[in-house]
Design a protein around this ligand. Structure first.
Ligand SMILES: [Zn+2]
Length: 421
């Protein structure tokens, strides 16, 4: 293992690189870099400039993913993908996504030219956040062969389709099938900031993701009767908003009693929306997440029953419809255990964590064994310019990554794996 001073240097450099990439933005007042926007080209140029001197063979695939292949000891060796996304939300921080790509680069630098029994492909995904087209994961979908015509026809706010955006960037949408992973791809690893407060609260720099939570999203409408706020006595009202409010409290209380679950009513719209009128309609959204699908679905059912009960008692009508039902994605057991060993070797405590947010690893896991390492995220703040990461934690992440590569390189169980890609 390399000297501590060297690791610190690498960590500082990784952070400096994230800050440098954050300058490539569509927005002069903050960081915003969406799918195949002009600043994405600058971002590609910069990352390429860092990777190429390491003997990495660079290309941009037809879905706009930046891909760099660091060869193995032998040409017929398997390939490990290490990556994250290069796009951002509007008014973003400097580390969400980019840090994972930059850490992959740091790992290659730390190898100092040494080749492993597997090739390492660094991938900077073109699109994860779903900002430009309202559809997330365009980049990773291309690697697992999940881009269809409907997706290519999606349009952004200016009426430009995904297909057109790809052409405008100088790429050929016909070649998207060539972006797919081959059967030599045996693992996907992603370093990412936690985007939450758990590791910070535990006082731990790193966490290994054991699963990405499943999600249910629903829309609810409570229907009552509008009436005069001054003349209708309390016992004769059918207040849709009051019914919704009672239910929102029940949502919070119920989720608090089920370990590992989170439930959120994030949006409400009340009609007619006047100070002196009893609300006749309340439209709400519900977002429920858990890493066990059975528990998530049971929770959703119980919240629907609760809404029905409240509506019936208050003389309201209720409508609800599902918007999203996304299964939980477990990370690969073998890789999770290997990461745990690697974290232990950095003298950090090991903590398994469920990711409440979606990540490229979730898409990649549909095709090849995938795993993620979370870095502590000060204040749990992300998707905001205040997003940050500590040098010491990046140092631990790089150290963990190197231990992990060493372990995989020494594992006959791993090297004889064939992926299903
Ligand atoms: Zn991200």
């Amino acid at each position: 293992m390399q000297s501590l001073a060297k690791q610190t240097n690498r960590a500082q450099q990784a952070i400096a690189r994230c800050l440098e990439i954050a300058r490539f933005s569509e927005d002069a007042n903050g960081t915003c870099r969406t799918f195949l926007s002009a600043p994405m080209r600058d971002c590609h140029r910069e990352v390429t400039r860092w990777l190429e001197p390491l003997g990495v063979d660079m290309r941009v695939d037809a879905a706009g993913n930046l891909r760099g292949l660091y060869p193995a000891e032998h040409p017929a060796a398997p390939r490990v993908i290490i990556g994250s996304h290069l796009d951002t939300v509007p008014n973003a921080g400097a580390y969400d996504g980019v840090l994972g790509v930059v850490i992959a680069l740091s790992l290659l630098e730390a190898l100092e030219g040494r080749k492993l029994p597997f090739a390492i492909e660094v991938v900077g995904f073109s699109e994860e956040e779903g900002v430009r087209f309202g559809v997330p994961f365009i980049g990773s979908r291309a690697l697992v062969g999940r881009i269809d015509d409907a997706l290519l026809r999606q349009e952004d706010a200016n009426g430009i389709s995904v297909r057109r955006a790809i052409e405008d960037f100088g790429l050929n949408p016909q070649e998207i099938p060539l972006a797919r992973l081959d059967s030599d791809a045996v693992a996907y690893l992603e370093f990412h900031i936690e985007q939450g407060p758990v590791l910070e609260q535990l006082g731990q720099p790193l966490g290994v993701v054991e699963a990405i939570a499943g999600q249910s999203r629903l829309e609810f409408t409570f229907l009552g009767r509008a009436n005069h706020a001054g003349t209708a006595p309390m016992h004769l009202r059918h207040d849709a908003f009051a019914g919704a409010a009672e239910w929102i409290s029940a949502v919070e209380r119920t989720a608090q009693t089920i370990a590992g679950s989170v439930a959120t009513v994030g949006k409400i719209h009340v009609k007619p929306g006047a100070t002196n009128v009893i609300p006749s309609e309340a439209h709400l959204t519900l977002d429920v997440r858990h890493d066990e699908d059975d528990i998530r679905l049971a929770l959703v059912s119980s919240l629907i029953r609760r809404a029905e009960e409240i509506s019936a008692r208050r003389g309201l009508a209720l409508r609800h419809r599902p918007l999203l039902d996304q299964k939980a994605v477990p990370m690969n057991d073998f890789l999770v255990r290997e990461i745990e060993h690697a974290i232990k070797k950095t003298d950090c405590p090991v903590h398994r964590i469920v990711s409440g947010a979606g990540h490229d690893a979730m898409i990649m896991a549909g095709k090849i064994p995938a795993a993620m390492i979370f870095l502590r995220n000060p204040g749990g703040i992300s998707h905001d310019p205040a997003e940050s990461v500590a040098v010491e934690d990046v140092e631990k992440a790089i150290e963990c990554g190197l231990h992990l590569l060493e372990r995989l390189a020494a594992s006959s169980e791993f090297l004889k794996r064939k992926s299903l890609a």
